[in-house]
Design a protein around this ligand. Structure first.
Ligand SMILES: O=P(O)(O)OC[C@H]1O[C@H](OP(=O)(O)OP(=O)(O)O)[C@H](O)[C@@H]1O
Ligand SMILES: NC(=O)CC[C@H](N)C(=O)O
Ligand SMILES: [Mg+2]
Length: 484
């Protein structure tokens, strides 16, 4: 992926239904609730009377499914949907998911959230032995491995394939006889199981999407688990027992919706707790607390409650600009922030502000906001970030795969303070972050992956290891530095 389009972008969203005559419209509704996880393309495969049929395209769900016929043509008792943000393979139509494979005997649809760390190696090996790939995305390797597996039966083949791919994955597969779900051995990406009122089964990325379609949450799908939903019911097994919970901390910090629960922890409440700890660790001499809409608002609430400094609406966000905007140049990115956020002069004029955001990636948002707030008369801006400095890339499903553009990888906190033009700058410590979310106190990092803050990757990085090693050798960082 070219560097110039990197920002902090969303992930993919998955939604599958088995056993409901309205499976396709339910999937469409569920994907709407997951639109924040991917805006590059969308698709739904429906299990119709004549087999699996797909409607897909580039753009938002509302653009891809613009006409009622787009859904009607694929209607059936089961469906699989996906909203995509690319981590591998670029923004090509052929990479939009679900991928649909037609074999002489059957058809299968495949959807993926995450990023495989050994996909390039596997692809080379498969191509060397005659495989012909139809996409450039990492996701496709799973289907080649599955079809080439010598194991007897579909489940045995799928289990073997799942043990050959590494990295971050929540996979959903739809065949003419079942819906199958699998989560990687670390559970980097969330996937939940729910029940519709008439007994149909839903498996999707976030609980907020279950709520949206009136499905009851049953449980999270666990690391290393393979769930099969067929006419025989819901069956579960482990495709591997070498598991270690390390849910992506950025799901809690930024990606997931505040009304979702991940492994029993509500995202909004986790963010409030991060804001509280931030207020303890990084107090500010401020008149008001202002959150950067949207994803930092819960943390800003926590900061205000803990510090006793009143929360106020110092910034407003246009509802008509997409959450993530991808612009080819720095000048356009800066303009985009201006289009998206504006300061409320009556609130900020003459005030010292504790400005709370959830993260700094390249610093574009913070830099523009500080200028906006000062232009609107703010007396002082104390920037507080409800996560630690993002210093290392992610290879499990966030499209930050190089240190080059991570401001905190290339600058000390004091340098960042000067570049952002703030009066003071403070980040949350990794320990406070882990304790605020507290998924599993007995697991390393409390059950979270915090590699982007610590460089402590919970798995080998395969295809990415050599480049990362080379990049890190050129950098000098103090990973415990959090304020200036
Ligand atoms: O340092 P930067 O490169 O600017 O990236 C960090 C910003 O990007 C994200 O917001 P985004 O605008 O994507 O979404 P949001 O409206 O949900 O906060 C994040 O919440 C930060 O505000
Ligand atoms: N953001 C994601 O989860 C992307 C899934 C997959 N790696 C792709 O690029 O299509
Ligand atoms: Mg933001």
């Amino acid at each position: 992926m070219p560097h110039e389009i990197k920002e902090l972008n969303e992930e993919c969203g998955l939604f599958g239904v088995w056993g409901d005559p309205n499976a396709v419209p339910i999937t469409h509704l569920g994907l709407h609730t997951l639109q924040h996880r991917g805006q590059e393309g969308a698709g739904i495969v429906g299990l119709t009377r004549t087999g699996l049929r797909r409607h897909y395209g580039l753009g938002l769900l509302s653009e891809v499914f613009a006409k009622p016929a787009d859904l009607a043509e694929i209607a059936g008792n089961a469906a699989l949907g996906h909203v995509r943000y690319a981590t591998a393979g670029g923004r090509l139509l052929e990479n939009i998911q679900p991928l649909l494979f037609r074999f002489s005997t059957e058809a299968m649809a495949l959807a993926h959230n995450g990023n495989l760390t050994n996909a390039l190696t596997l692809r080379r090996q498969l191509e060397d032995t005659g495989a012909i790939f139809h996409t450039t995305s990492d996701t496709e390797v799973l289907m080649h491995l599955l079809r080439r597996s010598p194991q007897p039966g579909f489940i045995g083949q799928l289990k073997e394939a799942l043990n050959q791919v590494h990295g971050g994955f929540a996979f959903l597969l739809l065949t003419e006889t079942g819906l199958y779900a699998a989560v990687d051995p670390n559970g980097f990406r969330p996937l939940v199981l729910g029940r519709l009122p008439d007994g149909g089964v839903v498996i999707c990325s976030e609980t907020a999407a279950l709520d949206a379609v009136g499905a009851k949450f049953v449980r999270d799908i666990e690391p290393g688990e393979l769930v099969s939903v067929t006419a025989a019911g819901v069956h579960t097994e482990q495709y591997t027992t070498h598991t270690q919970l390390s849910v992506c901390a950025m799901e809690f910090i930024y990606f997931a919706r505040p009304d979702s629960q991940i492994h029993g922890v509500n995202v909004h409440q986790a963010r409030v707790a991060m804001g509280r700890r931030l207020a303890q660790e990084q107090p500010a001499d401020a008149d008001i607390v202002v959150g950067v809409p949207n994803s930092s608002l819960s943390a800003a609430m926590g900061y205000a409650r803990e510090s006793g400094i009143p929360y106020d609406l110092g910034l407003v966000k246009s509802q008509y600009v997409a959450r993530t905007f991808i612009q080819p140049t720095q000048a356009l990115r800066e303009l985009a922030v201006k289009r998206k956020l504006s300061a409320v002069r009556a609130v900020v004029e003459g005030k010292s502000i504790a400005l709370i955001d959830d993260s700094i990636v390249r610093g574009t948002t913070s830099m523009q906001l500080v200028k906006l707030l000062r232009a609107a008369g703010a007396k002082a801006v104390h920037l507080r970030i409800a996560s630690p400095p993002l210093r290392f890339p992610c290879f499990y499903g966030i499209d930050i795969q190089s240190t080059h553009e991570l401001m905190a990888a290339n600058h000390s906190v004091a340098e960042m303070r000067a570049m952002l033009g703030v009066d003071s700058l403070g980040f949350l410590s990794t320990q406070a972050l882990e304790e605020s979310i507290d998924l599993d106190p007995s697991a390393p990092h409390h059950g979270l992956c915090t590699a982007y803050f610590t460089g402590d990757y919970p798995t080998p990085l395969y295809d990415y290891a050599a480049t990362l090693h080379k990049e890190l050798a050129q950098l000098t960082m103090n990973v415990s530095e959090v304020s200036a």
